[in-house]
Design a binder for this molecule. Structure first.
Ligand code: PLP
Length: 394
């Protein structure tokens, strides 16, 4: 079977494809159909916190698949009950709405914020990315994602990230919520300062708005803490989770704090949300993150990468940024040719906008693999700026 030709013939065509058919994964490695191995710093766009096919998660999925896959939210379920309690314990937010993706988590949070406050306004940030469904898209900043789909949901404004003064001017008594990432991911791997994020919290308190923190990309240990808001002593009212929550099985969650009111039967729902299969995978995944202290591993390995990348002598590098194992290398030119060159070196990496090279490896990645990634980057980035390459959206 010619995988690439077949997929190319029938896919909707929404993704900027790479010329690579991946058929197997184990830990931080993936293999293509010809048996070539790659170190995976894409990690399913940051999903692969534990690496591919972690045996404990695989086991939980297999066992639950044989027991019960689907159980709608109108009934109680053992896996769901256990997961809800576990999520409350690790986030400090007592209640959760379970869904199936990041964009759905954001949609849920936006609806709950409007419901709770009776207000309509949402303040989001420039370079913020929150998903592709209409509500989440309305909060997403990048023009090329939004413009083909106008008109979007009314009531959304965007202010510069990490700028408290502009945030202060944007929050009014019509604002239901402010929606922020602790580290902007798709927007270029840009960590916000603690002063800014705590300032936003204070402004929300002052003006009766809720604070929604989008940790779809930063959650579950990625940045060196269980959740990135913990770096800054932040207290979200609503917390959006997805990606790494269930070891690769599609799942999302909105964690709900005590100031969110008015949520009652019928106001929101999801057929697949909180299905026992995803819940079992999430429980196993959270167990592994805890048992192996993956947040601490992310902090150490991320510091190791940042130290070596910062010392790299390559004129093409403008800046290196990151928190834990969420790393962005801002280049002086387009990133696309470098991503292609890395594939030839056996390393898969991501863009974050047109000029940022992003690394989201599994938190379980071995130091030997990190050294191989650094060596490959050293070779690839030593080449002086390529001519204009294509742009890749994720
Ligand atoms: N929010 C953030 C911060 C993200 O990084 C993403 C995806 O990259 C989303 C939301 C959307 O998640 P999904 O692709 O699962 O809908």
């Amino acid at each position: 079977m010619d995988i690439i030709a077949l997929e190319q013939a029938h896919t909707a065509g929404t993704y900027p494809k790479r010329d690579l058919a991946l058929v197997r994964g184990q830990g931080a490695h993936v293999w293509d159909a010809d048996g070539h191995r790659y170190i995976d710093c894409v990690g399913g766009h940051g999903v692969s916190i534990l690496g591919h096919c972690h045996p404990q998660v695989t086991d939980a999925i297999c066992q639950q698949a044989a027991r019960m896959v689907t159980c709608p939210g109108i009934f109680y379920n053992d896996q769901r009950a256990a997961l809800l309690a576990r999520l409350a314990q690790i986030t400090g937010l007592e209640r959760a709405f379970l869904c199936n993706s990041g964009t759905e988590a954001v949609e849920g949070a936006l609806k709950f914020a409007r419901l709770s406050t009776g207000r309509t306004g949402i303040v989001a940030t420039m370079r913020g990315f929150h998903g592709r469904t209409m509500g989440a898209l309305s909060a997403t900043w990048e023009k090329k994602y939004r413009e083909p789909f106008m008109p979007l949901v009314p009531g959304f404004v965007h202010v510069p990230y990490d700028n408290l003064e502009r945030m202060e001017r944007a929050i009014s008594d019509e604002t239901a919520a402010v929606l922020v990432e602790v580290v902007q991911g798709e927007g270029g791997v840009r960590p916000g300062s603690g002063e800014y994020l705590r300032g936003v919290r204070e402004l929300c308190d002052e003006r009766g708005a809720l604070l929604i923190v989008d940790e779809v990309q930063t959650g579950f240990g990625r940045t060196g803490r269980w959740f990135a808001f913990q770096h800054h002593d932040l207290r979200p009212d609503l917390l959006c989770l997805a990606k790494g929550i269930a070891g690769g099985v599609p799942m999302g969650a909105v964690m709900i704090g005590p100031h969110v009111q008015g949520i009652h039967s019928g106001v929101h729902g999801s057929t697949f949300g909180g299905n026992p299969l995803a819940c079992a995978a999430a429980l196993a995944s959270i167990d592994v993150i805890e048992a192996q202290d993956l947040p601490a591993q992310a902090a150490e390995k991320g510091a190791y990468l940042l130290e070596h990348l910062s010392a790299m002598d390559a004129t093409v590098i403008r800046e290196v940024r990151g928190l834990g194992l969420m790393i962005g290398i801002e280049l002086r030119t387009r990133v696309q040719p470098y991503l292609q060159a890395l594939i030839e070196e056996g390393v898969l990496a991501l863009p974050a906008g047109p000029t940022v090279l992003r690394l989201l490896p599994p938190l379980t990645i071995e130091y030997a693999d990190l050294d191989l990634v650094l060596a490959a980057l050293d070779r690839v980035l030593a080449v002086d700026p390529f001519s204009n390459g294509g742009d890749e959206d994720e």
